[in-house]
Write a protein of this length. Sequence first.
Length: 79
Amino acid sequence: MLKLDTLEKYIGKVIKYFREVYPDHPDWKDLDDNDQKAVPEWWTMLRPKLKRAVERYQTTYEGDGQFGLHEIRPLYSDL
């Protein structure tokens, strides 16, 4: 089942990666480098929307949703 905390952690890792790769980007150049929980303003605004979207998804599909291309199978699936 899709979990909000899993998505938040993934997005957090992406933000952390971009902060390391592009330290002078305007979205986080003013954030405290020592505060690992400091996030850009846009993430603070989007996070509640993500929560509502995930809850709506879970309610609609009851955990039965599938992601990815399921028709494509590995060539050697027994390995």
